[in-house]
Design a protein around this ligand. Structure first.
Ligand SMILES: C[S@@+](CC[C@H](N)C(=O)[O-])C[C@H]1O[C@@H](n2cnc3c(N)ncnc32)[C@H](O)[C@@H]1O
Length: 451
């Protein structure tokens, strides 16, 4: 097979990164925008040593699970890789991917339940981060996601997976920035003002926090006037902040922020508790689906333990700690991000949660020096999963069960393999939750017995 070769293929399977899988001449072909059951004409994009990437050019015989795409830009944008597959089948494909990861990476034969669907399959995404650039000649702002495998911005005017107010605010910024002398960022020259637009929307109130990430070290008059115009235009905007990021980096947010108008947070409500969320705070982007996970974990703890001691590791703003605090004797949280910990203290105070301790430090270091024992340890690490040292220490401090919440089936499978090799046992089945409809991402909860 060679680049640009055209082939007709039958799609037999589905990859963990959202590609249809076909086979030709003993080689695996990963096909974008293809679904098991499709017969498609493809063009080869890239030939690697052991596999080949191709893109669908024409659907000859559609899979029965093909449906009208959720978005006209689905193929160009690349964010919703599964947007042309019916939702029920998306869930089944994701379930199979989790099962595969457990078997192939973890060597584990563990049952994976049907995923709990997202309460909303559209308008569910409550955090957006659009990179910004500008047009060459007219210097108008471009804002949207990157085209697949490029740094070319797709100027997204409508995105069905985010609340429609986001489209309106971004369009206002696009149209008005020029009038205020705010330029779009030029990544190659590292010049221009506006690098990213970050919006956080409360699923509870619909209020929006707007953050303008700028290539500067402090605010300036044009920026302050522009922020005021956004604040004045939209009643639902609770505040406009500047975040300063002058560095040559792919990291979106810089370390320093300033609130230019209104408040620098929005309020979210989960299981009757109130959470303050700032621009730089980790919080699940699909709060309604996240609420299902928090409820699942809380129910499990209430049904299996009598007012246990709980360690919430990788705790963010202590969302698990605070939501399970009513069912626990004591909750101890550990999180390395200082602004999340500061917010966690405020959130605990405002919710009158008194049985909580918040530790601002690296989870590994915390575990290593911790001498207390906990009935339940909740682990909710980033996509990279836990270090072996953290897992060893989690086993050391836990006397009952580890509840592992993961957004990456591959690292979950790796870490479960390690824990089971150390003698722990997976209890029951793995429960996936769909937080990211139309994408290949899936969240999972595994319960592990310490034996
Ligand atoms: C997937 S988020 C989970 C947050 C929280 N449990 C929630 O549901 O909102 C992972 C969190 O781990 C934190 N984190 C990453 N590495 C860490 C480390 N080595 N020690 C402590 N916290 C860490 C991140 O800042 C982030 O808040």
């Amino acid at each position: 097979m060679f680049e640009n070769e055209e082939l007709r293929l039958n799609i037999e399977n589905f990859s963990n990164l959202g590609y249809g899988i076909a086979r030709r001449d003993g080689q695996v072909v990963f096909v974008s925008n293809a679904c098991p059951g499709d017969e498609v004409d493809v063009k080869i994009d890239k030939v690697c040593k052991n596999y080949v990437y191709a893109s669908t050019q024409k659907v000859i015989t559609p899979s029965p699970h093909r449906t009208e795409s959720v978005c006209p830009l689905q193929k160009v944008c690349g964010s919703c890789q599964l947007g042309f597959i019916d939702y029920e089948y998306q869930l089944e494909l994701k379930r199979q991917n989790v099962e595969d990861a457990m078997r192939k990476i973890g060597g584990l034969e563990v049952e994976v339940n049907q995923p709990v669907p997202s309460p909303q399959t559209l308008h569910y995404r409550h955090k957006i981060q659009y990179p910004v650039s500008e047009t060459k000649n007219s210097k108008r702002i471009l804002a949207g996601y990157y085209k697949q495998k490029t740094h070319e911005i797709v100027n997204i005017k409508y995105c069905p997976v985010q609340p429609s107010i986001c489209d309106d605010i971004v369009e206002f910024i696009r149209n008005k920035a020029f009038d205020f002398g705010i330029s779009g960022f030029n990544e190659k020259k590292h010049s221009g003002d506006l690098r990213h637009i970050v919006l956080r929307v409360s699923a509870d109130s619909g209020k929006v926090l707007v953050t303008l990430v700028v290539n500067a070290t402090q605010s300036f008059a044009r920026l302050r006037d522009f922020a005021q115009s956004i604040y004045d235009e939209f009643d639902v905007v609770s505040g406009v902040c500047a975040n300063f990021n002058p560095k040559k980096t792919n990291v979106i947010l810089g370390e320093k922020s300033e609130c230019l108008c209104g408040k620098d947070y929005i309020i979210e409500r989960i299981l009757g508790k109130t959470f303050k969320i700032g621009a730089n705070t980790f919080f699940q982007i699909n709060p309604k689906s996240a609420e299902n996970i928090f409820a699942y974990v809380k129910k499990h703890i209430s049904e299996n333990f009598d007012r246990p001691t709980v360690l919430d590791a990788y705790s963010g703003v202590s969302a698990f700690g605070i939501t399970v605090s009513d069912a626990a004797q004591m909750v101890v949280c550990v999180e390395e991000n200082t602004s999340s910990c500061n917010l966690a203290h405020e959130i605990a105070r405002e919710n009158k949660v008194k049985n909580i301790e918040i530790n601002n430090m690296d989870a590994g270091k915390f575990f290593a020096r911790e001498e207390r024992k906990f009935d339940v340890v909740i682990l909710d690490p980033p996509r990279s999963g836990c270090t072996q040292e953290s897992l060893d220490n989690a086993l050391k401090v836990c006397t009952g069960q580890i509840i592992y919440v993961s957004c990456n089936p591959a690292t979950l499978a790796r870490d479960l393999k390690y824990l089971t090799e150390k003698g722990a046992k997976i209890s029951g089945s793995i429960q996936p939750f769909d937080m990211f409809c139309h994408t290949y991402h899936i969240e999972n909860v595994a319960i592990i017995d310490i034996v």
